[in-house]
Design a protein around this ligand. Structure first.
Ligand code: PXG
Ligand code: PLP
Length: 457
């Protein structure tokens, strides 16, 4: 039975759809993030809709998603179960405060997350992004030492080339020169390990690179320089994604764990990209067999549908905060939207989808096929200087063009988009990370399109 209300709802849906499917009338006001804004406006790349493995742009062209959006849509796009859960939740409880007040869903989601996390990471603090997760974890690390009577442990150790989001904490422990150049010195008391990218020794390695485990000894040196009693935590990405896919040599993460244990330093894995099945296990910690004290996540937690992040915290860390008076706030930290109902509904439906379809381990099954296709690109262009892979992650590094670093990378991004393939580039590194629902035929399509583009450079 059709009613006036149905008709007006349908009209409204049409209205929104038509707005989304056309190029915007003006593009001045939206200052795009991490974008060459003026260049973009000359030849915009505008996505209008998405389903499964594909986007459609505003002209209706199909674009194969080679990057799961921005490393986040692990379950693919517009999965009905997730879409319905968000819609239902919006109509039931749109927002609930979680400061000294609660609602059921975040408790449910936290328990579900605990089931797939490594023990003893049994407690979950909710944020809205990877950047917030990183700043939250760093603050918990420093506060934890204070709660145990070691308030002098405030220093943090990160790594060169690391990306930990854009908060002041994250850019301080991160290792990107642009952040230091543009935004000043950041937090005091931060030092950095060297990164593990060594193309000279490891170029075209399949999977983890053989050389470089000794780089973990940097931590021993840094600890000695600052004195162990001043260091709160070490934070690393198990695999650096944003910097262009930098892999840990076998034994490297184990060695960081050993050194942290030796000196009472907390180890934080930033799993914003590697979490939720990207490397064939729920988390990279499990695939690598190294358990950190905290894990930061975001992206795949809701398959990118609604912004959400989280920090997994070990039992012993959580316990130390629960020693004060019962009526006192135990952690002086939180976001208006921590545990937002829509994000929680999306997360639950996403976790259900992952479980039902085996997506958190699917990358393991496809890893070899993926690596075969990726490494077969080696001969397609003389400009390729390295190819790297792990799980459903791939990177092709191109030699920079003389005097124009980044130009070749941008050419690949632009030509791929016009051909119908979404890739991600960082300088001259092309990164790939398809949704985990990817089929062999999609993998074939990705590499066949990329092969043609690389040959044309
Ligand atoms: N940590 C890591 C390891 C990340 O990869 C963040 C923190 C920050 O997350 P938010 O949600 O605040 O962006 C990230 C984000 C890319 C790319 O193309 C990577 C990220 C974000 C955008 C683009 O490599 N990683
Ligand atoms: N700025 C002001 C003035 C605020 O009142 C708040 C939160 O109440 C914030 C920033 C932080 O916002 P959020 O909790 O969304 O991170």
């Amino acid at each position: 039975m059709s009613t006036d209300a149905d008709a007006s709802r349908a009209a409204l849906a049409d209205h929104y759809a038509s707005q989304n499917l056309a190029a915007p009338p003006a593009m001045d006001a939206f200052w795009m993030p991490f974008t060459a804004n003026r260049q973009f406006r000359h030849s915009p790349r505008l996505l209008a809709s998405a389903e499964g493995m594909y986007y459609r742009d505003v002209e209706g062209r199909q674009i194969l998603d080679g990057t799961a959006g921005l490393w986040c849509c692990n379950a693919g796009h517009a999965r009905p179960r997730i879409v319905e859960a968000i819609a239902r939740q919006a109509a039931t409880l749109d927002f609930a405060p979680h400061f000294q007040m609660g609602s059921p869903l975040p408790f449910v989601v936290a328990e579900r997350l605990k089931e797939i996390a490594p023990r003893p990471l049994d407690h979950v603090f909710f944020t809205n992004s990877g950047s917030e997760s990183v700043d939250t974890a760093l603050k918990i690390a420093i506060a934890w030492h204070r709660a145990r009577g070691e308030g002098q442990r405030t220093k943090l150790v990160g790594r060169e080339k690391a990306y930990h989001g854009v908060g002041f904490g994250g850019i301080s422990v991160g290792g990107l020169p642009n952040n230091r150049k543009w935004f000043g010195p950041g937090l005091p008391g931060v030092d950095h390990l060297r990164h593990t990218l060594d193309i000279g020794r490891n170029a075209f390695s399949r999977g983890l690179p053989a050389h470089g485990v000794e780089l973990a000894e940097d931590l021993e040196r840094i600890v000695q320089l600052h004195d162990p009693s001043t260091i709160a935590a070490v934070i690393v990405e198990p695999i650096s994604g944003s910097a262009g896919v930098i892999l840990p040599p076998p034994g490297y993460l184990q060695r960081l764990r050993e050194i942290c244990d030796k000196y009472g330093i907390l180890l934080v894995f930033d799993e914003v990209i590697t979490g939720f099945g990207r490397v064939g296990a729920p988390f990279a910690a499990q695939r690598f067999g190294v358990t950190p004290d905290m894990m930061t996540v975001a992206k795949g937690l809701t398959s990118g549908c609604v912004p959400m992040g989280a920090v997994f915290v070990s039992e012993r860390i959580h316990e130390a905060f629960m020693q004060g008076p019962e009526g006192a706030i135990d952690l002086f930290h939180g976001y208006t939207y921590s545990g937002h109902p829509l994000a929680c509904a999306a997360a639950l439906a996403t976790l259900d989808t992952y479980a039902e379809e085996g997506l958190l381990t699917r990358a393991l099954e496809l890893e070899d096929y993926w690596a075969d296709g990726l490494h077969a690109l080696r001969g397609s262009s003389p400009h390729i200087i390295d190819i790297r892979n792990y799980g459903l992650i791939g990177a092709i590094e191109l030699a920079p063009q003389d005097g124009a670093p980044g130009a070749r990378g941008y050419q690949v991004l632009e030509r791929a988009f016009r051909k119908g393939l979404l890739v991600r580039t960082t300088g001259d590194i092309v990164a790939l990370s398809p949704p985990l629902i990817v089929e062999r035929r999609h993998i074939d399509d990705i590499f066949s399109m990329l092969g043609e583009i690389l040959s044309s450079l």
